[in-house]
Design a protein around this ligand. Structure first.
Ligand code: TRP
Ligand code: ZN
Length: 855
């Protein structure tokens, strides 16, 4: 039985729960080896379900001590995944199930359910962790108010909702808002709070606390500030106010993902809470702001309105990512935020969508739901909301969201419910739009132009095509919003953005009476997650880079130029022409452009981006050649721009105390991009100086990276380590920087050496990812022809899998691009994947991943 193939769950098999839960009460007697969990659950038959069904309770790894039904002992015998109370054994009406189970949080290394992190008890229940705590219908469409009592010797005892009572060694919490079990949370530890207050627009006084281990309390200020700004923003923009008397956040060091939106008790990976100027970079501050906002926004989009089943995950995640993107765009430069989001979308989601792991934003089957917390569900899910908003308009979007909150508050919903709200609020038929949710793959958008000089008629012909993806050979045409502007040959704008709606496989759009042949600025703001196939000359791209009034498309033009150049250079001994270099010089010199934006313009596409583009164009990417081409182009660019880079490096200094605000962060971004290019010329002289004098981690870490990248960083790295040996978050950076910057031929060896370092606590996900995530991010190193990178990663995934399958399975996606490469690399990767797949006792998580990747 043990080795039987894991069972898939199918959306089509959904049936409503036979019983609903009226209330839950839990008592925890915490002990590292033998925690006792007593539960009392009031069940009522679900009027919407077929009557006379058995009650199935999920439960995994629990020792059942005793159980009663309406007070009468039951001799239920659990199986591997739970227990069934047959229909005959159940009273007709409502009834009460009581049980006591024993669990051992100390031995829980998977970090799912109740576990321990440095002496602190904490929980992670999404998606299906609650079943590791007690027997319960662990499915999101069963929502109930929870009451929790914690007994423990730890001084701080937290759970969801409002505190009701406490005494020495115990505390009680009450969460009046019905919630699914995946939003349950409990924390017990020796914690200190950074506290504040917030008065909601409805006049509610909310106590805010960020709980951390002693010594970290001075690093919570920025997270608290971001929280208060998020709360205000959600009131102002979405009309959503907070609904409990306390909002608690806890930082834990051992955590599988970024953070978790448990009702009233968010639990965070400490790397997304703790920040001080000396220890955190601008990127860290950005991430903290974004993730604090994301988890807070879930209070309405996810918690008050949740998902009917896990296939609907994008209902909460896509929408909440879109909301956090809007928040960040409002807080910082909207253009730069959009550019960063698109870079990430292409790097993670396009990559996923064109490989063996492609799946729809709403998948229709899964083996292990943890494997579906993907870029497609999250980031493409957010793009779908963005398109919807563009199609119906901002006002109609706002009206639809108000209807959504009003109609579905307290419910567990589907994508059908969501789209129905939009149909009802706007009168639009969204049946074609719905295909975006159920059809996997990135559409290709082919563009043709014709121009009739005599009549001044310009015709744009758009054709769409979505290539097959696993299990979906044939694709239907999608409704694609294409934002378009038209520029005159002198660079003036003759048409501001209009949104063309491409619904058919092919459609022509005619513009009449134009004085001269226009230059189209297509897909402004990246109006749809598609790959544009538009054969444009380098001159035209340079023209758009110089003149486009849409900041995204301007950047995109520059990026396309650089990408094409790098594709050529990686395939033959090409060199950049003066046109590109001059264009780059011009944008860098344009002081009307925000420094953060100029930093983005200056950055070259990364190696993964170039490899993907080569594959898309029908070529086999050579990771070594791509690396060499990119290094060469950086060198050429640096040499061409040297005086200007040097000046900017000096003038973009940010004197005075460090501030994470957008203005200073943007100046640092530009300054440090200049530094990185200059390091290719000055032997690291500036970087070495900055490393010595840096007053904040942004500068110190950038300087370290520059030095490591040019192979002159050994001494700086040693000093950095000595300076920060006591700080786990900074030491994670140190591990990562050494691996990411290792020359390709040394990357695997560097990672292997570091895996023997006494600080390599590999069971900690942050540390594991610091080394092995960095190895996979070192594209040329990971894909080095020796295959050493593949072997090392496979060795460590095999080792991690029995300890923490979720984190191991997630990192296995590094192998998803195997089919792009030459036969030798394909062979090596497949060999490693098979070696993993054949490991005895492999987790369900990893079994599913290897079999999907191998195809
Ligand atoms: N719902 C969380 C979020 O998007 C992410 C999440 C899902 C998660 N499963 C998890 C976090 C497991 C940590 C561990 O914010
Ligand atoms: Zn989320």
């Amino acid at each position: 039985m043990k080795d039987a193939a894991p069972q898939a769950v199918h959306l089509d098999d959904y049936t409503p729960p036979p019983f609903l839960v009226e209330s839950v009460s839990l008592i925890f007697r915490l002990d590292p080896k033998a925690t006792k969990v007593q539960s009392r659950v009031r069940f009522v038959p679900n009027p919407d379900a077929v009557p006379g069904q058995a009650l199935r309770l999920d439960g995994e790894g629990l020792i059942l001590l005793n159980a009663t039904l309406d007070g009468t002992p039951v001799t239920a015998r659990p199986d591997e995944t739970g227990l069934t109370l047959p229909a005959e054994a159940l009273p007709r009406g409502p009834f009460t199930w009581e049980a006591e189970v024993e669990i051992a949080p100390e031995g829980n290394t998977a970090l799912e359910g109740l576990y321990m992190s440095k002496g602190m008890y904490c929980t992670q229940c999404e998606a299906e962790g609650f079943r590791k705590i007690t027997f319960y219908p662990d499915r999101p469409d069963v929502m109930a108010p929870f009451r929790v009592r914690i007994e423990s010797d730890r001084p701080v005892l937290l759970s969801n909702g409002n505190p009701v009572a406490q005494g020495p060694g115990w505390a009680e919490w009450d969460d009046p808002h019905p919630k699914p079990a995946y939003l349950f949370a409990l924390v017990a530890g020796d914690l200190v709070a950074h506290s504040d207050r917030f008065t909601t627009s409805e006049g509610r006084e909310v106590a805010l606390n960020i709980w951390v281990r002693k010594g970290d309390e001075g690093r919570c200020g920025y997270a608290m500030d971001a929280l208060k700004r998020s709360m205000r923003w959600d009131e102002e923009v979405y009309g959503r106010a907070y609904d409990l008397d306390v909002f608690n956040i806890v930082a834990v060091d051992d955590f599988n993902m970024g953070a978790m939106e448990n009702k009233g008790l968010n639990i965070f990976n400490s790397k997304y809470v703790l920040a001080s100027p000396e220890t955190a970079t601008d990127t860290d501050y950005d991430n903290i702001e974004r993730i604090i906002a994301h988890e807070y926004f879930h209070n309405w989009t996810g918690n008050r309105i949740t998902c009917r089943d896990w296939f609907q995950l994008c209902l909460k995640e896509g929408l909440t990512v879109f909301r956090d993107q809007q928040f960040s765009a409002d807080t910082r430069s909207g253009a730069v935020k959009r550019i960063e989001d698109v870079i990430a979308l292409r790097a993670r989601q396009f990559r996923e969508d064109t490989g063996p792991l492609a799946h729809p934003v709403r998948p229709d089957s899964y083996v292990e739901i943890n494997n579906f917390y993907t870029a497609t569900v999250y980031e493409k899910g957010a793009e779908l909301i963005r398109m919807l908003r563009l199609l119906v308009g901002a006002q109609a979007y706002d009206a639809a969201l108000q209807l959504y909150f009003q109609r579905h508050d307290g419910q567990a919903c589907t994508i059908e419910d969501w789209l129905q709200v939009f149909a009802d609020a706007t009168g639009r038929d969204l049946s074609q739009f719905k295909r975006w949710y159920v059809q996997a793959g990135t559409p290709r958008l082919h563009v043709d132009e014709t121009w009739e000089e005599d009549s001044g008629t310009y015709t744009l012909t758009l054709r769409q095509h979505t290539p097959p993806t696993p299990g979906q050979p044939l694709k239907e045409p999608l409704l694609i919003p294409v934002a378009l502007g038209l520029l005159a040959p002198d660079g003036r704008e003759i048409m501001r953005s209009a949104v063309l709606e491409l619904a058919a496989p092919e459609q022509g759009f005619v513009f009449e009476g134009l004085p001269a042949r226009p230059v189209p600025s297509l897909l402004r703001g990246f109006s749809a997650p598609v790959i544009l196939q538009h054969a444009q000359s380098a001159e035209r791209q340079a023209f758009l880079l110089a003149h486009d009034t849409d900041p995204f498309s301007k950047w995109e033009a520059g990026r396309a130029l650089a990408r094409n150049l790098l594709m050529q250079m990686s395939r033959a001994d090409a060199a950049p022409g003066p046109a590109w270099l001059d264009a780059m010089e011009a944008v860098l010199a344009d002081d009307s452009l925000d420094p953060a934006y100029r930093a983005r313009l200056l950055a070259l596409p990364d190696e993964e981006d170039i490899a993907r583009a080569l594959h898309e164009a029908g070529h086999t990417p050579d990771p070594a050649a791509i690396h060499a081409a990119r290094e060469k182009l950086r060198q050429t660019l640096a040499a061409h721009l040297e005086p200007r880079l040097a000046t900017l490096y000096d003038t973009m200094d940010t004197p005075g105390p460090y501030s994470p605000e957008a203005r200073d962060a943007g100046r640092r971004a530009l300054r440090l991009s200049c530094l990185s290019l200059l390091s290719a010329l000055d032997g690291g002289a500036r970087a070495a100086r900055l490393f010595d004098q840096a007053g904040n981690m942004t500068e110190q870490f950038a300087a370290l990276n520059c030095l490591l990248h040019i192979g002159a960083g050994d001494e700086a790295a040693a000093r950095f380590y000595r300076q920060w040996a006591h700080d786990r978050l900074v030491i994670d950076k140190w591990f990562g920087a050494r691996v990411r910057n290792a020359p390709p031929a040394r990357a695997a060896q560097t990672a292997e050496d570091l895996s023997r370092h006494p600080d390599f606590t590999w069971q900690n996900p942050n540390r594991f990812r610091a080394v092995f995530g960095a190895l996979t991010a070192n594209t040329a190193g990971f894909h080095h022809a020796s295959g050493a990178g593949y072997r090392l990663l496979a060795d460590w995934l095999i080792r991690l899998d029995p300890v923490n399958p979720q984190t191991a399975a997630r990192l296995s996606t590094a192998f998803e691009t195997w089919a792009r490469f030459d036969p030798a690399r394909q062979q090596m990767i497949r060999t490693e994947l098979k070696r993993i797949a054949e490991t005895p006792g492999l987790s369900r998580d990893m079994t599913e991943m290897t079999s999907r990747i191998l195809g």
